[in-house]
Ligand binder design. Structure first.
Ligand code: FO1
Length: 311
C-alpha cells in the first residue's frame, strides 16, 4: 500500500486486521518530515504506526491518545516562544528514540522497523518512501515556498497553493525495500490520502513511479475525495492549485496509468462512466471510514472486487 497519514492509515488499519498471514507492505510519505529541537519527526510514519498499534488519538487522527504536553511547554520557555508544532510527551519519546538510531547510523527504514517491532507490529513492513530527504514545499506566492508543516500547521492552510515541489526527489533513492515490495506485490493499493501532498511525494522519488507503471499485479486507487471535497485535510486546495478538478474524476486523472481499478464513493456514482473512460475498472461503495468496522468492510470490498482472497 502507498499511504500518507490520517486518511491512508485508516485503510491500512483495515487491511492490517484482515490479512493474517500475508505480510502487509506500506510505503509511506516522508515529504512532511521535519526537524525540531534537534529531533527527526516523521508524522506520516508515526500516524500509521500509532494507528496500527492502537495508540493513535482517534479524534485528531495523529499523535498519541491522552498524551500530555508538559515537555513542549518547558521547551517553549527555553526557546522563548511557543512551538507551533504540538508534540506530546509520549510522541516525543518516539522522536528521541528515532533520532538516536539515525545518529548512530541506522537508516530511516531500519529505525522504522525497530520502532514497529517495539510496538509489537510484526505483521507489517512499514517503510519510508526514501531514506534520503525529500521535502514537500508549497509555493504560496511567486517564488515563496513553505515546508508542508509550515503551510499546514503553522499557517493553517490559509495561503493559496500555487505550486508544489518535492525538494530532493531527483537525488533521493527509494527506501531499502520499496522497489522490491512493489515488484513482488499481489495487489498495490493507493490509499485515500491527499494525492498531491501525500502520494505525490512517494511518486516523485526516482524509480517508484516507473516500478508502479510496470507492476503486473492489480493496482487499485481509492478516492480521498467525496462529493467534491476531502473528508479531512487540504487535498482540495492542492488539487485545485495544480489544475486538477476537485472530484473523484480529478483524482482518477492524477493516477492515470498508475492504477487499473478505481474505488469510487457511492455518493459520486454518477462519475463512474467518466472514470471508466479513463481506462479504469470502477467499483462503487461507501468509502467513509468512521470505525474499525468501516475500515475492515472497505478492505474486504476491495479484495473481493479484484478477486483476491483474505489470507
Ligand atoms: N497537525 C496539526 O494540525 N497540528 C499540530 O500541531 C500537529 C502536530 C503533530 C505532531 C506529530 C505528528 O506526528 C503529527 C502532527 N500533526 C499536527 C499532524 C501532521 O501535521 C499531519 O498528519 C500531516 O503531516 C499530514 O499527513
Amino acid at each position: 500500500m502507498l499511504s500518507g497519514g490520517v486518511g491512508g492509515a485508516k485503510l491500512v488499519e483495515g487491511f492490517y486486521n484482515i490479512l493474517n498471514k500475508t505480510r502487509l507492505n506500506v510505503i509511506c510519505n516522508t515529504g512532511d518530515d521535519l526537524e525540531l529541537f534537534g529531533l527527526y519527526i516523521s508524522p506520516d510514519l508515526d500516524t500509521v504506526m500509532y494507528t496500527l498499534a492502537g495508540l493513535v488519538d482517534e479524534e485528531k487522527g495523529w499523535g498519541v491518545r491522552d498524551d500530555t504536553f508538559r515537555c513542549l511547554k518547558a521547551l517553549s520557555e527555553f526557546y522563548k516562544k511557543e512551538s507551533w508544532f504540538n508534540i506530546g510527551d509520549c510522541d516525543l519519546a518516539t522522536h528521541i528514540f528515532r533520532t538516536e538510531l539515525l545518529t548512530k547510523g541506522y537508516s530511516l527504514t531500519e529505525a522504522t522497523r525497530i520502532l514497529c517491532e517495539n510496538l509489537g507490529l510484526d505483521r507489517v513492513n512499514l517503510q519510508p518512501m526514501s531514506d534520503d530527504p525529500v521535502r514537500t514545499m508549497v509555493m504560496v506566492d511567486s517564488g515563496v515556498y513553505l515546508s508542508f508543516q509550515e503551510y499546514f500547521v503553522k499557517r493553517k492552510c490559509r495561503d493559496p497553493v500555487l505550486n508544489v515541489i518535492y525538494k530532493g526527489s531527483d537525488e533521493a533513492k527509494p527506501g531499502g525495500h520499496v522497489l522490491e515490495s512493489i515488484a513482488r506485490a499481489d495487489i498495490i493499493i493507493i490509499s485515500p490520502s491527499n494525492p498531491i501532498a501525500s502520494i505525490g511525494p512517494i511518486l516523485s522519488v526516482k524509480g517508484i513511479r516507473e516500478q508502479l507503471k510496470k507492476a503486473d499485479c492489480i493496482r487499485v486507487a481509492v478516492t480521498p475525495i467525496i462529493q467534491g471535497a476531502p473528508l479531512k485535510g487540504p487535498a482540495d486546495k492542492f488539487m485545485a492549485g495544480l489544475g486538477f478538478e476537485v472530484s473523484a474524476l480529478g483524482v482518477a486523472e492524477y493516477y492515470k496509468g498508475l492504477a487499473d481499478v478505481f474505488i469510487l464513493d457511492e455518493r459520486d456514482a454518477y462519475l463512474k462512466n467518466k472514470i471508466e473512460e479513463l481506462g479504469y475498472k470502477v467499483h462503487v461503495t461507501d468509502t467513509v471510514m468512521n470505525s474499525l468496522k468501516d475500515k475492515i468492510r472497505l478492505s474486504r470490498f476491495i479484495l473481493k472486487a479484484v478477486g483476491l482472497k483474505e489470507s
